[in-house]
Design a protein around this ligand. Structure first.
Ligand SMILES: O=C[C@H](O)COP(=O)(O)O
Length: 252
Protein backbone atom coordinates (compact mmCIF):
# COMPACT_ATOMS: atom_id res chain seq x y z
CA UNK A 1 0.00 0.00 0.00
CA UNK A 2 1.26 3.46 -0.87
CA UNK A 3 1.54 5.94 1.98
CA UNK A 4 -0.71 9.00 2.01
CA UNK A 5 1.05 12.36 1.81
CA UNK A 6 -0.85 15.38 3.12
CA UNK A 7 0.89 18.62 2.24
CA UNK A 8 -0.36 22.02 3.35
CA UNK A 9 0.67 24.72 0.91
CA UNK A 10 0.47 27.97 2.81
CA UNK A 11 1.23 30.01 -0.32
CA UNK A 12 1.91 33.69 0.59
CA UNK A 13 0.18 33.63 3.96
CA UNK A 14 1.09 34.04 7.65
CA UNK A 15 3.72 36.10 9.43
CA UNK A 16 6.55 34.59 11.43
CA UNK A 17 4.73 34.37 14.77
CA UNK A 18 1.73 32.68 13.15
CA UNK A 19 3.92 30.19 11.31
CA UNK A 20 5.82 29.32 14.47
CA UNK A 21 2.64 29.00 16.54
CA UNK A 22 1.20 26.67 13.91
CA UNK A 23 4.07 24.21 14.10
CA UNK A 24 4.27 24.50 17.89
CA UNK A 25 0.65 23.41 18.03
CA UNK A 26 0.64 20.89 15.21
CA UNK A 27 4.12 19.35 15.25
CA UNK A 28 3.69 17.29 18.40
CA UNK A 29 0.28 16.02 17.27
CA UNK A 30 1.46 14.45 14.02
CA UNK A 31 1.57 10.71 14.64
CA UNK A 32 4.51 8.53 13.82
CA UNK A 33 2.82 6.46 11.15
CA UNK A 34 4.50 4.87 8.18
CA UNK A 35 1.27 5.17 6.21
CA UNK A 36 0.89 8.94 6.41
CA UNK A 37 3.30 11.81 5.93
CA UNK A 38 2.47 15.40 6.88
CA UNK A 39 4.22 18.36 5.32
CA UNK A 40 3.88 22.14 5.54
CA UNK A 41 5.03 24.09 2.50
CA UNK A 42 5.98 27.44 3.98
CA UNK A 43 7.27 30.78 2.66
CA UNK A 44 11.07 31.12 2.56
CA UNK A 45 11.48 33.50 5.55
CA UNK A 46 10.02 30.91 7.94
CA UNK A 47 11.85 27.82 6.76
CA UNK A 48 14.89 27.88 9.06
CA UNK A 49 12.82 28.39 12.17
CA UNK A 50 10.23 25.78 11.17
CA UNK A 51 12.88 23.15 10.45
CA UNK A 52 14.35 23.81 13.87
CA UNK A 53 10.97 23.62 15.61
CA UNK A 54 9.92 20.41 13.86
CA UNK A 55 13.19 18.50 14.20
CA UNK A 56 11.85 16.20 16.94
CA UNK A 57 8.41 15.80 15.38
CA UNK A 58 6.92 13.93 12.43
CA UNK A 59 5.97 17.14 10.63
CA UNK A 60 8.12 17.86 7.57
CA UNK A 61 8.86 21.23 6.03
CA UNK A 62 8.87 22.01 2.33
CA UNK A 63 9.67 25.02 0.19
CA UNK A 64 7.13 26.26 -2.34
CA UNK A 65 9.60 26.73 -5.20
CA UNK A 66 13.33 27.11 -5.87
CA UNK A 67 15.78 27.95 -8.65
CA UNK A 68 17.51 25.11 -10.50
CA UNK A 69 21.00 26.62 -10.29
CA UNK A 70 23.14 26.01 -7.23
CA UNK A 71 24.29 29.63 -6.84
CA UNK A 72 24.92 32.74 -8.89
CA UNK A 73 23.58 36.09 -10.03
CA UNK A 74 19.85 35.39 -9.66
CA UNK A 75 18.62 38.21 -7.44
CA UNK A 76 15.74 37.19 -5.22
CA UNK A 77 16.04 33.48 -5.90
CA UNK A 78 16.67 30.59 -3.53
CA UNK A 79 18.80 27.61 -4.55
CA UNK A 80 18.51 23.88 -3.87
CA UNK A 81 21.82 24.09 -2.02
CA UNK A 82 20.31 26.56 0.43
CA UNK A 83 17.25 24.38 1.01
CA UNK A 84 19.33 21.25 1.52
CA UNK A 85 21.59 23.11 3.92
CA UNK A 86 18.57 24.16 6.02
CA UNK A 87 17.28 20.60 6.30
CA UNK A 88 14.29 21.00 4.01
CA UNK A 89 12.94 17.63 2.82
CA UNK A 90 10.49 18.49 0.00
CA UNK A 91 9.98 21.22 -2.58
CA UNK A 92 6.86 22.08 -4.58
CA UNK A 93 7.69 22.55 -8.26
CA UNK A 94 5.60 23.77 -11.18
CA UNK A 95 2.62 24.93 -9.13
CA UNK A 96 0.09 26.45 -11.53
CA UNK A 97 0.50 29.83 -9.82
CA UNK A 98 4.26 29.69 -10.52
CA UNK A 99 3.59 28.63 -14.11
CA UNK A 100 1.05 31.42 -14.60
CA UNK A 101 2.68 34.36 -12.79
CA UNK A 102 6.41 33.54 -12.81
CA UNK A 103 6.97 31.99 -16.22
CA UNK A 104 7.73 28.53 -14.91
CA UNK A 105 7.72 26.19 -17.91
CA UNK A 106 7.87 22.43 -18.41
CA UNK A 107 11.58 22.86 -19.21
CA UNK A 108 12.43 24.78 -16.03
CA UNK A 109 10.29 22.41 -13.97
CA UNK A 110 12.34 19.51 -15.36
CA UNK A 111 15.61 21.30 -14.51
CA UNK A 112 14.31 21.92 -11.00
CA UNK A 113 13.28 18.29 -10.55
CA UNK A 114 16.84 17.21 -11.41
CA UNK A 115 18.26 19.87 -9.09
CA UNK A 116 16.00 18.64 -6.30
CA UNK A 117 17.30 15.08 -6.61
CA UNK A 118 20.88 16.34 -6.74
CA UNK A 119 20.25 17.89 -3.32
CA UNK A 120 18.22 15.19 -1.59
CA UNK A 121 14.93 17.06 -1.87
CA UNK A 122 11.75 15.21 -2.79
CA UNK A 123 10.00 17.10 -5.61
CA UNK A 124 6.24 17.59 -5.46
CA UNK A 125 5.51 18.24 -9.14
CA UNK A 126 2.22 19.98 -9.89
CA UNK A 127 0.30 19.36 -13.09
CA UNK A 128 -3.23 20.20 -14.14
CA UNK A 129 -5.49 21.67 -16.77
CA UNK A 130 -7.38 24.93 -17.13
CA UNK A 131 -11.16 25.02 -17.40
CA UNK A 132 -10.85 25.73 -21.14
CA UNK A 133 -8.66 22.66 -21.60
CA UNK A 134 -11.11 20.50 -19.65
CA UNK A 135 -14.04 21.75 -21.69
CA UNK A 136 -12.12 21.08 -24.91
CA UNK A 137 -11.40 17.50 -23.77
CA UNK A 138 -7.68 18.23 -23.61
CA UNK A 139 -7.14 17.30 -19.95
CA UNK A 140 -5.44 13.96 -20.47
CA UNK A 141 -3.16 15.13 -23.31
CA UNK A 142 -2.14 18.23 -21.39
CA UNK A 143 -1.44 16.43 -18.14
CA UNK A 144 0.40 13.62 -19.95
CA UNK A 145 2.63 16.15 -21.65
CA UNK A 146 3.39 17.94 -18.36
CA UNK A 147 4.23 14.65 -16.63
CA UNK A 148 6.47 13.38 -19.45
CA UNK A 149 8.40 16.65 -19.61
CA UNK A 150 8.77 16.99 -15.84
CA UNK A 151 10.20 13.49 -15.49
CA UNK A 152 12.49 13.57 -18.53
CA UNK A 153 15.95 12.16 -17.83
CA UNK A 154 15.18 10.76 -14.37
CA UNK A 155 16.11 7.23 -13.37
CA UNK A 156 13.26 4.85 -12.54
CA UNK A 157 14.26 5.10 -8.89
CA UNK A 158 13.96 8.89 -8.99
CA UNK A 159 10.59 8.67 -10.72
CA UNK A 160 9.40 6.29 -7.99
CA UNK A 161 10.39 8.86 -5.35
CA UNK A 162 8.73 11.82 -7.09
CA UNK A 163 5.38 13.04 -5.79
CA UNK A 164 2.95 14.22 -8.45
CA UNK A 165 0.19 16.63 -7.47
CA UNK A 166 -2.73 16.70 -9.88
CA UNK A 167 -4.39 20.07 -9.46
CA UNK A 168 -7.07 21.08 -11.94
CA UNK A 169 -6.54 24.84 -12.11
CA UNK A 170 -10.28 25.53 -12.14
CA UNK A 171 -10.60 23.87 -8.73
CA UNK A 172 -7.84 25.83 -6.97
CA UNK A 173 -9.14 28.25 -4.37
CA UNK A 174 -12.54 28.33 -6.04
CA UNK A 175 -14.46 26.01 -3.75
CA UNK A 176 -15.09 23.81 -6.82
CA UNK A 177 -13.61 20.39 -6.24
CA UNK A 178 -13.31 17.87 -9.02
CA UNK A 179 -15.59 14.98 -8.12
CA UNK A 180 -13.62 12.16 -6.57
CA UNK A 181 -14.28 10.11 -9.73
CA UNK A 182 -13.01 12.91 -12.00
CA UNK A 183 -9.92 13.38 -9.86
CA UNK A 184 -9.24 9.67 -9.71
CA UNK A 185 -9.63 9.26 -13.46
CA UNK A 186 -6.81 11.73 -14.10
CA UNK A 187 -4.61 10.38 -11.29
CA UNK A 188 -5.02 6.85 -12.68
CA UNK A 189 -4.14 8.14 -16.14
CA UNK A 190 -1.00 9.80 -14.76
CA UNK A 191 -0.01 6.44 -13.27
CA UNK A 192 -0.48 4.78 -16.67
CA UNK A 193 1.67 7.46 -18.30
CA UNK A 194 4.40 6.83 -15.72
CA UNK A 195 4.09 3.07 -16.24
CA UNK A 196 4.68 3.57 -19.97
CA UNK A 197 7.71 5.77 -19.25
CA UNK A 198 9.19 3.37 -16.70
CA UNK A 199 7.44 0.20 -15.55
CA UNK A 200 4.24 -0.76 -13.77
CA UNK A 201 6.27 -1.52 -10.65
CA UNK A 202 7.76 1.97 -10.62
CA UNK A 203 4.41 3.61 -11.34
CA UNK A 204 2.83 1.69 -8.48
CA UNK A 205 5.29 3.36 -6.10
CA UNK A 206 4.56 6.93 -7.14
CA UNK A 207 2.51 9.01 -4.72
CA UNK A 208 -0.09 10.99 -6.67
CA UNK A 209 -1.88 13.71 -4.76
CA UNK A 210 -5.02 15.60 -5.66
CA UNK A 211 -5.22 19.35 -5.02
CA UNK A 212 -8.00 21.89 -5.47
CA UNK A 213 -10.40 22.95 -2.70
CA UNK A 214 -9.62 19.92 -0.54
CA UNK A 215 -11.01 20.29 2.97
CA UNK A 216 -11.84 18.07 5.94
CA UNK A 217 -15.36 17.54 4.57
CA UNK A 218 -14.24 16.04 1.25
CA UNK A 219 -10.80 14.54 1.84
CA UNK A 220 -11.96 11.11 2.96
CA UNK A 221 -13.90 10.49 -0.21
CA UNK A 222 -10.95 11.65 -2.32
CA UNK A 223 -8.47 9.46 -0.44
CA UNK A 224 -10.76 6.45 -0.77
CA UNK A 225 -10.12 6.44 -4.54
CA UNK A 226 -7.75 3.87 -6.01
CA UNK A 227 -5.13 6.29 -7.35
CA UNK A 228 -5.30 9.30 -5.01
CA UNK A 229 -2.53 9.00 -2.44
CA UNK A 230 -2.79 12.29 -0.64
CA UNK A 231 -3.60 15.93 -1.03
CA UNK A 232 -1.91 19.24 -1.70
CA UNK A 233 -4.06 21.66 0.23
CA UNK A 234 -4.08 25.45 0.18
CA UNK A 235 -6.78 27.29 2.12
CA UNK A 236 -7.80 24.45 4.41
CA UNK A 237 -4.22 23.89 5.57
CA UNK A 238 -3.84 27.30 7.18
CA UNK A 239 -5.58 26.53 10.47
CA UNK A 240 -4.02 23.94 12.79
CA UNK A 241 -7.27 22.17 13.54
CA UNK A 242 -8.23 21.80 9.91
CA UNK A 243 -4.73 20.64 8.93
CA UNK A 244 -4.79 18.02 11.70
CA UNK A 245 -8.16 16.76 10.47
CA UNK A 246 -6.72 16.38 6.98
CA UNK A 247 -3.77 14.40 8.33
CA UNK A 248 -6.10 12.29 10.42
CA UNK A 249 -8.07 11.40 7.28
CA UNK A 250 -4.83 10.18 5.74
CA UNK A 251 -4.51 7.54 8.47
CA UNK A 252 -7.82 5.86 7.58
O1 LIG B 1 -1.32 24.02 -3.57
C1 LIG B 1 -2.51 23.94 -3.28
C2 LIG B 1 -3.52 24.15 -4.26
O2 LIG B 1 -3.25 25.19 -5.13
C3 LIG B 1 -4.94 24.08 -3.78
O3 LIG B 1 -5.34 25.26 -3.13
P1 LIG B 1 -6.79 25.27 -2.41
O4 LIG B 1 -6.81 24.08 -1.51
O5 LIG B 1 -6.83 26.57 -1.68
O6 LIG B 1 -7.79 25.14 -3.51
Amino acid sequence: MRKKVIAGNWKMNKVSTEANQFVDEVGAKIPEDKNVEAIVCAPFPFLASLVDKTKDTNLKVAAQTMHYEESGAFTGEVSPVMLEDLGITHVVLGHSERREYYNETDETVNKKVHAAFNHHLVPIVCVGETLEQREANETMDHVENQVIKALEGLSDQQVAETIIAYEPIWAIGTGKTATSAEANEVCAYIRQVIAKLTSKETADHVVIQYGGSVKPANIEELLAQSDIDGALVGGASLQPESFLQLVEAGKK
